[in-house]
Write a protein that binds this ligand. Sequence first.
Ligand SMILES: [Zn+2]
Length: 114
Amino acid sequence: MPLPAAGTVRSTLEGERRRLRAETGQAIATPEPMTYGSQAAAASQVFEQQRDLALRDRARQQLALVEAALGRLDAGTWGTCEECGEAIAPERLEALPWAALCIRCQAARQRRRS
Ligand SMILES: [Zn+2]
């Protein structure tokens, strides 16, 4: 399987960056004053706000990955594992164009983390 074309990758990454920027830029609903509504409503509001924050956090992390991948594309190092310097499998790049690590290094990193 050949590597995905750089132009295709770039437009995929740029599209993803646009989407994530919109997502991370979205205003989080400000909670209503506590005097308003029941405690249950207030609790569910807090829950929703925390969920929004978590989602936004993930979007922000993803955005950082996408931006790093665009940087590697510019630098000509895209598709190379940042850890071991080996080529990342084309299938992996096809599915995750922002992947910075080959499967082996990614798995090793996850093992270290857990
Ligand atoms: Zn590697």
